[in-house]
Design a protein around this ligand. Structure first.
Ligand code: PGA
Length: 246
């Protein structure tokens, strides 16, 4: 059985260290798995959780900046995340793209900075919105997002990247993509990677309304390498059932 990548993206939740600790202690009791479980809490909690739970979970940032250091108020660099023990960092989440106006250009700068200055593994999020899907633009959007994000990334480094296919219409809506749609997107992403690098360099995972009820279907009937979980990752019962998938 191939090990899956199970990522918890807590977004801007919960509002205290105590609440976060409670979730992680509860998960510690119920997660029994060989899968790689990665927790991405708000960055302000990372150091504390890394001290308490390193060796139990891997940790990642939800975003990072594209410079290493300097006069950039409010930003956190990949090197800083690495220095506290993070192994992963999410880049280009659709909420960053839509709410914070993040562009393919800044995402590309971030990917290159991460790969060139740290050992962090970037989790690159891509995906179409509802309108784009209805207009049959899904593949065109995926192609554009991948090509732009990977500009200047050599094959050796591209192999480290995890690509998360997250259709925006499935995020936080309770409606997950059908297995056929997930498979089609995965095959298309693999094709783009082959066009660029000559092989499917990256692991490809799915995100969007994953829960304890649909996890078997999503991972059992597609050959995705894992899942990125938002809402359900804050509920210990839900998330442990997802993480324990085999
Ligand atoms: P969701 O979020 O599981 O709440 O749909 C997924 C994500 O935004 O990564």
């Amino acid at each position: 059985m191939q090990k899956k990548i199970i990522i918890a993206n807590w977004k801007c939740n919960p509002i205290s260290t105590k609440e976060g600790e409670k979730i992680l202690f509860s998960l510690k009791e119920s997660i029994k798995t060989e899968n790689e479980v990665i927790i991405c809490p708000p960055s302000v909690f990372l150091s504390h959780f890394l001290t308490l739970f390193s060796g139990i979970y891997s940790f990642g940032g939800q975003d990072c900046f594209f410079e290493e250091k300097g006069a950039y108020t409010g930003e956190i660099s990949p090197k800083m995340l690495q220095s506290i023990g993070c192994k992963y960092v999410i880049v280009g989440h659709s909420e960053r793209r839509t709410i914070f106006n993040e562009t393919d250009k800044t995402i590309n700068l971030k990917i290159n900075r991460i790969l060139n200055s740290t050992k962090l593994i970037p989790i690159l999020c891509i995906g179409e919105n509802r309108e784009e899907r209805e207009k049959n633009k899904t593949f065109a959007i995926l192609k554009e997002q991948i090509k732009n994000a990977l500009k200047g990334v050599a094959i050796g480094k591209a192999k480290k990247i995890i690509i998360a296919y997250e259709p925006i219409w499935a995020i936080g809506t309770g409606v997950y993509a059908e297995e056929k749609q997930i498979e089609e997107a995965k095959d298309y992403i693999a094709k783009i990677l082959c066009d660029i690098y000559g092989s499917k360099t990256s692991k490809i995972i799915y995100g969007g309304s994953v829960d304890s009820k649909n996890i078997k279907q999503i991972l059992g009937t597609t050959d995705m390498d894992g899942v990125l979980v938002g809402g359900s990752s804050l509920k210990p019962k839900e998330f442990s059932a997802i993480a324990n998938y085999k």
